[in-house]
Design a protein around this ligand. Structure first.
Ligand code: DCP
Ligand code: MG
Length: 381
């Protein structure tokens, strides 16, 4: 490559002067930095037992105790999160609070204080911005940072991560974990490895062996439903996934199949997107034929609500506004909304309101061709 670049200059009569050597050196350096550019430095930061740690910070009597943040044990509510002391009993996020109570009757149940969590979230984001503007918050307690170029000119991403974790603790008295790698997928996986207070690096060299051992559920976008589908195909780990041909994956999973094909090979070019602020999350379904039976409509809506719940939870999103969309047989479309005091993500809760919203439409009197539910006024970063 260098010889090729140099050749025309030699032909043009340039002697091997010092200047000439410099040109070649510059070309090599440029080439090296181009190659280096391809390797990004991504950090994923995730707070440890976020809501529960905030409660333990603000109420010293809760420290060292099993604390469950979420619905009360005698309600139909669920666990938002719990302290590490409570996790020893098998309690985890999204578990019904009644079950958490059965597992650990002496656990202390605390109501979430979203306004406080939102403030902490802003505080940690300010720290991220000290290092880079390429910050993509995923929820109140986690974000991706691209620190390939960072405001402090620190070469090692691990050092940036170390400083950030330290500053988070100094500012909020809360601990976080960080994952450092060369793409988003691996950085996120890494942050989860040594929780709490973990700092884990996955280098390009380490990545293949690491991914081979990774359970399929940990792959980006793989929820319960996809996990089952994968299991039916004999895919349980990254190594199993790697054996699949691209076409096979596309056949079984559609467009996302090629994404799986790539990430299992550590190929994930998704940029850290600082502008991605989600305003709503929704799903809709066009029916195979127009219907006028309310019961049937509710069945469809129930299915939509369940699927929506899975997506909301996977993305750690809750919303206060529920909107029902109805498209009638004549393609006329209406929406009906309700805004609640507290954010929700549970299908049962969503359906309770969707039923009353459906009563405010002409569905039934008029045949319906499409139904949809959207959640907005989101509790996101
Ligand atoms: N959360 C929620 N419902 C869920 C999952 C999470 O309300 N099903 C909330 C409570 C968590 C916060 O989002 O504190 C962050 O979610 P994480 O998955 O990061 O869980 P934690 O921060 O609580 O624990 P970890 O230390 O495992 O990150
Ligand atoms: Mg967390």
């Amino acid at each position: 490559m260098v010889t090729l670049c140099a050749a025309p200059r030699v032909a043009a009569g340039l002697k091997k002067t010092k200047k000439y050597t410099i040109i070649i050196t510059e070309q090599i350096t440029n080439k090296m930095s181009e190659e280096k550019e391809k390797i990004r430095k991504i950090i994923h930061v995730d707070m440890d037992a976020f809501y529960a740690s905030v409660e333990q910070r603000d109420r010293p009597e809760l420290r060292g105790k099993p604390v469950v943040v979420g619905g009360p044990p005698n309600s139909r509510g669920v666990v938002a999160t719990c302290s590490y002391e409570a996790r020893k009993y098998g309690i985890h996020s999204a578990m019904p609070s009644s079950q958490a109570f059965r597992l650990c009757p002496w656990a202390i149940f605390v109501k979430p204080r979203f306004d406080v969590y939102t403030n902490v979230s802003k505080e940690i984001r300010e720290i991220f911005y000290e290092y880079t503007d390429l910050v993509e918050p995923l929820s109140l307690d986690e974000a991706y940072l691209d620190v390939t170029e960072n405001k402090k000119g620190i070469l090692l991403a691990t050092e940036v991560a170390r400083q950030i974790l330290k500053k988070i603790y100094q500012k909020t008295r809360l601990t976080a974990s960080a994952g450092v790698s060369f793409n988003k997928f691996l950085a996120k996986i890494a942050s989860d490895i040594n929780k709490p207070k973990g700092l884990t690096v996955i280098t390009p060299k380490m990545a293949p062996a690491f991914i081979d051992r990774l359970p399929i559920r940990k792959f980006f976008g793989v929820g319960k439903v996809t996990e089952k589908k994968m299991a039916a195909l004999g895919i349980k780990t990254g190594a199993d996934l790697k054996k699949m041909k691209k076409e096979e994956l596309i056949n079984h999973f559609g467009k996302v199949g090629s994404f799986y094909y790539n990430i299992v090979r550590s190929i994930d070019d998704r940029p850290v997107n600082p502008h991605r602020i989600r305003k709503s999350m929704g799903e809709e379904q066009t029916l195979s034929k127009d219907i006028d039976d309310r019961q049937q409509m509710l069945q469809v809506l129930e299915k939509i609500a369940r699927s929506l719940e899975e997506h909301l939870k996977k993305n750690r999103i809750k919303g206060r506004t529920i909107t029902l969309k109805v498209k009638y047989y004549d393609f006329k479309q209406i929406t009906r909304s309700i805004t609640l005091e507290a954010p929700v993500d549970e299908a049962d809760m969503i359906m309770k309101y969707v039923k009353t919203l459906l009563d405010k439409t002409e569905a039934g009197k008029k045949k319906v061709r499409l139904l949809g539910i959207t959640l907005s006024s989101l509790l996101t970063p």
